[in-house]
Ligand binder design. Sequence first.
Ligand SMILES: NC(=O)C1=CN([C@@H]2O[C@H](COP(=O)(O)OP(=O)(O)OC[C@H]3O[C@@H](n4cnc5c(N)ncnc54)[C@H](O)[C@@H]3O)[C@@H](O)[C@H]2O)C=CC1
Ligand SMILES: CC(=O)C(C)=O
Length: 263
Amino acid sequence: MGGFIMSKVVMITGAAQGIGAEIADHLSKNGFDVAIADLEPQASKAKEVIAKIEENGQKAIFVPVDVTDQTDVASAIDTVAKELNGFDVMVNNAGIAKVDKFEDIDPKDLELSFKVNVFGVAYGIQAAAKKFKELSIHGKIINASSIAGMRAFPVWATYSATKAAVSSLTQAAANEFAPDHITVNAYAPGVVGTTGMWDEIDKKMSEINGKPIGQNKKDFISTIPLGRTVKPNDIANIVDFLASSAADFITGQTYAVDGGGLL
Ligand SMILES: NC(=O)C1=CN([C@@H]2O[C@H](COP(=O)(O)OP(=O)(O)OC[C@H]3O[C@@H](n4cnc5c(N)ncnc54)[C@H](O)[C@@H]3O)[C@@H](O)[C@H]2O)C=CC1
Ligand SMILES: CC(=O)C(C)=O
């Protein structure tokens, strides 16, 4: 008689599209039931991700959440733990990228960027750690940083600062939650050219420096030693690892996945 293997449960923010959706697909292939946590208007995109996860033989739900709202994030995690009957891994992936010349940085963009990229990650870490403790789970928390948080590029000050803050939150939380065997790590992608994010970045950079649409992206790609953009699959691979027991003794780290772009 075949043994019954319990599925693990992951919640991934910003998973209705892009890198988050790819992470959801990978983790479901590794036996995770998945909560796709994203803004309410992303519900129909989330349905497509859920359909793929179900094809992989796992359960999936959509949890509407705005990561800038601390209460919303905590109640989303409560819902996930109840509906999927457990909670093992939190991926704080949601993020936005605002690009501007330093002198032109708009306070509203600065505020929203910090609210989504930094407050959102802090709230996700807090609520996940509380739930892991409540359930006595040695959980794993995985956050989205960026190579922009390791080296600040011109006209990316706001975004770079938020992503540097993610690495710092990752280290601090790793230290604080180590006694509970909760690990906290981060991934730092280079240019992932196929998600919506780079279309906006390229358009805004072209308004700033007058290069034709597509040129700024090409210029970035030309600096990557391994000769191509990062694929969402490359990021999902490291998240697979960080979410697995193979990474039990790793905490507080931020991993660049950038084809050598920062070399
Ligand atoms: N695309 C790239 O080149 C890189 C992306 N990253 C980071 O990876 C993460 C994912 O990026 P992509 O998939 O490319 O972006 P994307 O723009 O394709 O997807 C971001 C997702 O986050 C969601 N989101 C935005 N604000 C939210 C909020 N307040 N609450 C809940 N969800 C919210 C969006 O609805 C969307 O589904 C982000 O944190 C990004 O900063 C890091 C380095 C490179
Ligand atoms: C959007 C982003 O973080 C990079 C490095 O391309």
